[in-house]
Ligand binder design. Structure first.
Ligand SMILES: C[S@@+](CC[C@H](N)C(=O)[O-])C[C@H]1O[C@@H](n2cnc3c(N)ncnc32)[C@H](O)[C@@H]1O
Length: 176
């Protein structure tokens, strides 16, 4: 009977660990994992108007889908992701696509990254962080920053374009 108890406790510990790593921790920091659908991604690409040499940041880069597509368009893109398994998967995909010179995924909490050097910021996060994220972007933007948000609006920034819950903003010296 002891072995049964051992198996039960092991499964319970594994389950608690899984919930902590994949549900609770990401929710404290931002959105839980969900992939941007193709039609939304096309709109994000359209709004971002990538020019060669643009530096792009993706806040919570998930499985690397957008990182890869934006790198193919000629951007230098840096994805920041807290889930280490998604980081590994993204790196493997980037390698497979031969995009190692253009696409970078960092195992990092995006709240600790200064975003001032980026021309474009992509986000698909969650409603309750948008106010704090808006303040961070306004504080850190050093030049005109194009911001594309999937699914969630910023509270006070003026939305310049909007389609199917994809929102486009610009941050510059006049609206800081
Ligand atoms: C809704 S998913 C979006 C994934 C990807 N951007 C996409 O559009 O397919 C949000 C992602 O953000 C990640 N995330 C949440 N908070 C984060 C944080 N503070 N720093 C880095 N990544 C974070 C989650 O792990 C998850 O992969």
């Amino acid at each position: 009977m002891e072995w049964l108890l051992f198996v039960f406790i092991s499964l319970a510990v594994a389950f608690i660990f899984w919930v902590a790593v994949f549900v609770v921790f990401p929710l404290l920091m931002g959105a839980s994992y969900e992939v941007t659908q193709d039609d939304k991604m096309k709109k994000m690409i359209k709004f971002a108007r990538i020019r060669k040499g643009d530096k792009v940041a993706e806040l919570g880069s998930g499985n690397g889908k957008l990182v890869i597509e934006f790198a193919k368009l000629g951007a230098e893109i840096h994805g920041y992701e807290i889930n280490p398994f998604l980081v590994l998967l993204s790196k493997w995909k980037i390698n497979r696509e031969g995009l190692k010179e253009k696409a970078f995924v960092h195992w990092k909490n995006f709240w600790s990254v200064n975003l001032g050097e980026f021309d474009v910021v992509l986000t698909f996060q969650v409603g309750y962080i948008m106010n704090t994220l808006e303040k961070k972007l306004k504080r850190e933007a050093r030049k005109k920053m194009r911001v594309v948000s999937n699914n969630w609006k910023f509270p006070t920034l003026k939305c310049l374009k909007q389609e199917d819950k994809v929102y486009y903003y610009e941050i510059n010296s006049s609206n800081k």
